[in-house]
Write a protein that binds this ligand. Structure first.
Ligand code: AMP
Ligand code: MG
Length: 476
């Protein structure tokens, strides 16, 4: 049986109508070598029972999933790239392939990257490098394991073409990626309608997004749906931003077309994880001014939210929209406290002590230069990890007076429920990282030895971490 009973196809996006997308044809590839199938994600949408051949048929040749979209849809959007408005955007190498619902009834997209040219490709080839595909798998897996609300990499198929790229030794191998995520509607989707003066379509999109992605929200009598939506987007975007910060993640390209209306983190290009706590650390080599540096991510998100507010001016009051923007910094700070408690494996206490803990720990991380991923590993659960931290390889750093304040804060904290410091991840003594050196070493073994077990091993290591951190306990 190819589809499990959990498979629940949907076509919701077509309700929006042709103004929002173009029907496109997938590229035909010379080869289809299945490199990655995310079975854990597939279980959640009833696609785990596909054979590999069926999988390739759907996620490499894009045979429609029965009951879902009949044709791929390249989505239309504009956006600000590095704060410059660019109307020449849209799905230029991807499309919405299918929609489905998970067991809780939430709508999910299967969107592609590298599936061929579209009306929005302009000069581009519509393709994704194999390295780009592998990097998206690694980023999504690591972020998910660190508790970040992120899209999942669902499938990666190598496609047998030679690609020319300025930022990779070329020719370089090609791939097609499918990601599973909560919406590919972006801030840029609204911006395009606003730029074209399509006021009615903005109203339609607001209603669609509220109904589809925010069913728990209600619009008060005489209130503005756009405002309710905007408040919710601000909350979700603030939350995901803080999750990145606590994960030590630099997205790299925080353009308005890369910000989903659900706030879910997605689209992983030149991302990096921080080696050390450094607000000026920049991921993308083409980000010369550091606009999207680690410490500037919250400002970038707020700037993007202001661009969304501009699209909603016809549907809410200027004051209500700017009030929502003005609440962002405080909202962000509160969420950041929560994100750091989570990152350190301790339960939240009260606003003052949570703030004090976060300040002490991040100040120490910044001034000491300790590897970013090490301190949360060593002190996971706070005081419960005291013996382990002090006896471990960084014990001397933690015995230094410079650590006193952070140590006092950590030792006062209660670990998250279910934490086991006997877990093999902790007893193994090696924190899992996704530093650029790790990524490049992995890529070298994939590309030079074609050793794909290396990728499996890294993903298993990430799973072990997720289990230990209790961000995603393994099913018994
Ligand atoms: P991204 O950096 O992946 O968010 O893409 C930014 C914009 O460039 C989007 O409109 C993409 O569709 C487009 N784009 C990126 N790479 C290509 C490519 N190889 N071919 C066509 N369009 C592309
Ligand atoms: Mg993008």
């Amino acid at each position: 049986m190819p589809f499990s009973p959990a498979f629940n196809p949907a076509t919701d996006h077509t309700r929006l109508g042709g103004l929002f997308y173009d029907v496109v044809t997938p590229a035909e590839f010379p080869r289809h070598i299945l490199r990655y199938r995310n079975n854990r994600a597939a279980v959640t949408v009833g696609l785990d029972t596909l054979t590999d051949a069926e999988w390739v048929q759907h996620f490499g040749r894009f045979a429609p999933l029965p009951g879902s979209l009949e044709h791929p849809l390249a989505l239309r959007y504009h956006g600000h790239q590095f704060q410059q408005y660019n109307p020449d955007l849209g799905d230029g190498r991807g499309f919405l392939f299918a929609q489905l619902r998970d067991r809780r009834g939430r709508l999910l997209d299967l969107g592609t990257k590298g599936s061929g040219r579209t009306p929005w490709s302009r000069g581009g080839d519509g393709r994704l490098t194999l390295k780009g595909g592998v990097r998206e798998i690694l980023a999504a897996a690591m972020l998910e394991a660190l508790g970040v609300e992120t899209s999942r990499a669902f499938s990666l198929i190598e496609t047998g073409e030679d690609l020319e790229r300025g930022d990779e030794p070329s020719p370089t191998r090609s791939s097609v990626l499918v990601r599973l995520g909560h919406s590919h509607i972006r801030i840029g989707t609204f911006q395009r309608l606003a730029a074209n003066g399509e006021t009615q379509a903005i109203a339609q999109l607001v209603e669609y997004v509220l109904e589809t992605y925010y069913p728990e929200l209600s619009v008060p009598e005489g209130g503005s749906g756009a405002q309710v939506l905007f408040d919710a987007v601000c909350r979700n975007v603030a939350r995901v931003g803080t999750q990145w910060m606590a994960a030590g993640f630099v997205h790299g390209v925080l353009n308005t077309d890369n910000i989903a209306i659900t706030g879910e983190s997605f689209d992983y290009g030149p991302w990096r994880f921080l080696p050390r706590f450094d607000p000026s650390f920049t991921a993308a080599y083409f980000d010369q001014t550091g606009l999207y540096a680690y410490g500037r991510q919250p400002q970038a998100l707020l700037w993007n939210l202001a661009r969304l507010a501009e699209c909603l001016l016809e549907f809410s009051s200027h004051k209500d929209l700017t009030d929502a923007l003005a609440r962002f910094p405080a909202l962000y700070e509160t969420e950041l406290d929560a994100a750091w408690c989570r990152r350190l494996g301790v339960i939240q206490d009260n606003p003052e002590s949570d703030r004090a803990l976060r300040h002490a720990v991040t100040l120490f991380m910044e001034t000491s230069g300790i590897p970013f991923h090490c301190l949360p590993f060593d002190w996971y659960g706070g005081g419960a990890s005291r013996e382990r931290a002090l006896a471990g390889p960084r014990g001397d750093i933690y015995k230094d007076a410079a650590f006193n304040e952070a140590r006092t804060q950590l030792e006062a904290r209660t670990p998250i429920p279910g934490l086991s410091l006997d877990h093999p991840y902790f007893t193994g003594g090696l924190p899992c990282d996704m530093l650029i050196t790790t990524v490049e070493t992995l890529w070298t073994s994939l590309s030079e030895q074609d050793d794909w077990q290396m990728l499996d091993r890294k993903l298993a290591e990430i799973d072990l971490m997720a289990d230990a951190l209790r961000t995603r306990p393994m099913e018994a």
